[in-house]
Design a protein around this ligand. Sequence first.
Ligand SMILES: Nc1ncnc2c1ncn2[C@@H]1O[C@H](COP(=O)(O)OP(=O)(O)OP(=O)(O)O)[C@@H](O)[C@H]1O
Ligand SMILES: [Mg+2]
Length: 507
Amino acid sequence: MHDNILEMKGIEKCFSQVKVLKDVDFLVKRGEVRALVGANGAGKSTLMKILGGVLIPNKGEIFLNGEKVNFHSPREAINCGVSIIYQELSLIPTMSIYENVYLNRERTNYGILQKKRMKSDYEKLAGELKFGIPANVKASSLNIANQQLVEIMKALSIDADIIVMDEPTTSLTESEKEKLYETIKSLKQRGKTIIYISHLLREIFQIADSITIMRDGEIVGNFRRNEITQMEVAGLVMNKSMAAVSADRERIRDLSGNPVVLKTENITKTGVLNNINLVLKKGEILGLAGLLGAGRTELCRTLCGDLAFESGRILLNGKECRFKLPSDAIRAGIGLIPEDRKNMGLILKHPVYNNSTIVCLKNLSKFGIVSKKKQYNYANRQVSRLNIKVSDIKNQAGTLSGGNQQKVVISKWFEGDLQIYVFDEPTKGIDVGAKEDIFRLIEMFAEGGASVIFVSSDLEEVLRISDRIMVMSKGRITKEFEKKNFDLQKITAFCMDISEEGDIYAG
Ligand SMILES: Nc1ncnc2c1ncn2[C@@H]1O[C@H](COP(=O)(O)OP(=O)(O)OP(=O)(O)O)[C@@H](O)[C@H]1O
Ligand SMILES: [Mg+2]
């Protein structure tokens, strides 16, 4: 048997004359977990789309088990045992989740659809993954994390030899990530080969046997995990030393004299939010911690006029307000930078400059007419500020790499002059360098007197940036921590609802 299950040799790919992959050699051994890392736009997803038959390379060859293959469609790749979880989720919203899992591979007997069998296969797989959502639920009613889990099931159900995961954990909470790591381990034990794309160095060092680093369309290094440190990987990804970056925000800021800008009284929506009372001060960064389904996203959306509630009050600067639409909230000075960039944050078919100026058009207009020049200037400023990788701001947002799309979503808000910024998972899918940039911007907002609500599934991030943390569980606020009492373990326990402090931390 051939030692390398996969060999991609001399791969080149151009998009309208721009070469995004340059003579890439990518070799993977059978049965290993290979991490593929690199900055946003480095070419990771493009390389994997070529492997998956979604894109055709301009040059280069692919060998599976030493045999040359030429994929012209995803189907051909699947038939050769290559299964890919793409970064852009692609479920069909009107279909149930089991139908999505077996889409295009429906189980039939003499042409008759075997729904029962598909459902029971689904349930078996869901059981293995400890995924508790029934087969018949429509994909449209799933939140993004559950959609991601269904995508993972879809890939696993193919029983492929090579499984590619393109940032599979971006929307998952810690416990779901752990479940996925367990799944990866058991796949490896069954002799499967995994290619794993992620920006989270911690998780890469936890699961990968070896690491390939890409930069600007080239591979700049292949290492066994024990040959390299996390800092060195970050340095190679960014092409600079990371020692100076990522200083912790240790200073405790005195906010005691600051006025309250936002207050909620018993906000309730049956089954979603239960008597939410929160207070946010001017200049404060409030972190929301909790597991998937705890109600963090729903709370963010409620505060910003994107989700109606049944009872309770929202007070902005002491005055009650009822927002019918997100635009009402923005006018009042509170804006949501949403979690689900594909559905809520970006218009993929519109050019980048349109997307990045959509919030502040008013400031860029005179007598109701939008100045294109001002739009371009704004967009160009954001592109350089956030280091967004795009050759022309007139390009469609959909042609940007995943992480760069996320940067565009965030860039909309920078000169919007809001009083309160609500960030729901802003660092999802963003490379280490850009993450630091976003943290610095959030701090800048706070120093400038704006207030911030910050949600992230990465609890360490929440601890790093917040002045105060509220833990949510099952739609309620269950605990609050001041910065001086931050403790990762303790907060994790509260997120998981292992409530009484004495029980777990006796002694
Ligand atoms: N359909 C397309 N048309 C034009 N350019 C594209 C297209 N798809 C990708 N690109 C460009 O190719 C480059 C590599 O993108 P790719 O998606 O492979 O990056 P990535 O390494 O996966 O980044 P990320 O970490 O942000 O997901 C980017 O500059 C991107 O804008
Ligand atoms: Mg990508």
